[in-house]
Design a protein around this ligand. Structure first.
Ligand SMILES: Nc1nc2c(c(=O)[nH]1)N[C@H]1C(S)=C(S)[C@@H](COP(=O)(O)OP(=O)(O)OC[C@H]3O[C@@H](n4cnc5c(N)ncnc54)[C@H](O)[C@@H]3O)O[C@H]1N2
Ligand code: MOO
Ligand SMILES: [Mg+2]
Length: 439
């Protein structure tokens, strides 16, 4: 059989094809205790003013400010203390001229009081068994009052649907009585590695075999993206059993990630499996390195991601193509890796017609971000993933890059990007033209 000729498409076009087909995973209600890092499927609206009543920001005395007119070191004024209230208590009596209520931080300002003076600024006395305070200064109306609604007002839109729930948002949900909250569902991602050479993690090495690292790596990646993972026992490169496994996994998952067996080799069965399934292949060759063989197909509303068997290629394919499907389906407004501009900290000499994604270590600085390649730059490398927190994006058709160059970097750390692909740092370049020549 002649080897299949594949037509590479530019990376951004591949990502666009995916984004166009992304649909939401639906919504569910989760308890406030389980909602952190999920994505809001409803607007977060203030259901009351915060604070809900005028309150004291200090431990002190609630007074009627006009009583302090003319008060001075030599001429203190004296007020009768009616009662004491702590936070959570409400004064029983009104503050009238000549009186005060001892009040603790967080307690509601008593009716009639229009200012608070701190404990440290008064002298406490007793006369005829009655508690009094002396004040030696003028206190202005509204001094030391935390006003109702000064933080938020009822009806205010605080966070829009699509926002990631941070600890701060959890605080607001609690403040406004959302004991449960509507969030976008997590998709279920089934992960299966194929390879006759693969061993389980606990197995001893034998000649010709290696341990399966891709499945565990991909599981960790998609978990970090917020998906649920179903990890399956790896399979040998055998058409029938692989076909059977994949159809079974399709029933149990929203997305199926396979690793390996997706290129043009004798035992690369994924292309034939997509064909037999009747899956619609969006692309099977991308003008990029690593990960050029990444294949994405859709089947009955489900996704099939054929990631490369080479670990670094598998990793990159997952970040570039799986991420926007998982996060986009959860209505995350920034479903792609975060784009940074950085200074290249070391020469990168390899020329390549394809857009390169170099595993790299990115340091975010106050004045400058610096990025350096993270190790052996081969798609088969595992060790270069160790120090990597980002991918340097080097547009195709270039003759190597010098230390000091400004480059675009995509990182899986950070808040994500809406659409990083238009960045001039990635210059629409000659990648595809050069790739065409190579075909
Ligand atoms: N004649 C051609 N050969 C190859 C091409 C090509 O275009 N023409 N593409 C090369 C590129 S680029 C890549 S990437 C690989 C992709 O290969 P597959 O996705 O088909 O993966 P496999 O053949 O199954 O394995 C490749 C490599 O990765 C190792 N591997 C596989 N699975 C795992 C795993 N779960 N954990 C760790 N390592 C794994 C496997 O042992 C192989 O060494 O094809 C090139 N060839
Ligand atoms: O997909 Mo391969 O790893 O392009 O390098
Ligand atoms: Mg292969």
């Amino acid at each position: 059989m002649p080897v299949e000729k594949r037509t590479p498409i530019p990376v951004e076009e591949a990502v666009k094809k995916i984004v166009q087909q992304t649909k939401t995973w639906g919504t569910e209600n989760v308890a406030i205790t389980d909602c952190d890092q999920r994505i809001l499927a409803e607007n977060l609206i203030a259901t009351n003013d915060v604070p809900p009543f005028n309150r004291s920001p200090y431990d002190g005395f609630a007074i009627f400010s006009d009583d302090t007119n003319g008060a001075s070191e030599n001429k203190p004024i004296k007020l009768l203390v009616l009662e004491t209230i702590g936070a959570g208590q409400v004064a029983q009596q009104k503050v009238k001229s000549g009186t005060a209520v001892r009040i603790m931080t967080g307690a509601q300002i008593p009716v009639g009081a229009d200012a608070v003076i701190m404990l440290e600024l008064v002298k406490e006395t007793t006369e005829n068994g009655q508690p009094y305070i002396e004040i030696k200064r003028k206190v202005k109306k509204n001094d030391n009052i935390s006003f109702q609604g000064e933080d938020t007002t009822e009806g205010e839109l605080l966070a829009e649907k699509g926002t990631v729930i941070s600890p701060g948002i959890v605080a607001l949900l609690a403040t406004f009585g959302y004991h449960s909250v509507s969030v976008f569902k997590k998709p279920v991602v089934g992960i299966l590695s194929t390879g006759t050479e693969l061993l389980d993690v606990h197995e001893e090495l034998v000649p010709g075999k290696i341990r399966n690292s891709n499945a565990y790596m991909a599981a960790a990646q998609v978990k970090a993206m917020g998906a649920k993972v179903k990890l399956y026992q790896h399979r040998e490169d055998d058409f029938e059993s692989l076909y059977e496994s994949i159809t079974a996994i399709l029933n149990e998952s929203d997305l199926v990630i396979t690793t390996g067996g997706v290129s043009v080799g004798d035992y690369d069965y994924l292309p034939a499996i997509y064909k037999k399934l009747g899956a619609a292949v969006l692309f099977n060759k991308i003008a990029m390195r690593p990960g050029s063989v990444t294949t994405v197909a859709s089947y009955k509303g489900k996704w099939l991601f054929g990631l490369s068997g080479n670990p670094s290629a598998c990793f990159v394919g997952c970040e570039l193509f799986v991420r926007p499907v998982i996060l986009g389906g959860m209505n995350d407004k920034k479903p792609h890796c975060t784009l940074y501009k950085a200074t290249l900290g070391a020469d990168f000499s390899k020329a390549n017609p394809f857009t390169r994604f170099v595993r790299a270590s990115l340091s975010i600085g106050l004045d400058e971000n610096v990025v350096i390649p993270a190790g052996l730059d081969k798609s088969s490398s595992v060790s270069s993933l160790l120090a990597a927190n980002a991918l340097i994006v080097l547009p195709g058709g270039t003759r190597g890059w010098e230390k000091g160059s400004q480059v675009g970097v995509l990182s899986w750390d950070g808040e994500g990007s809406e659409w990083p692909w238009d960045s001039p740092l990635f210059s629409k370049s000659s990648a595809i033209k050069t790739a065409e020549k190579l075909r």
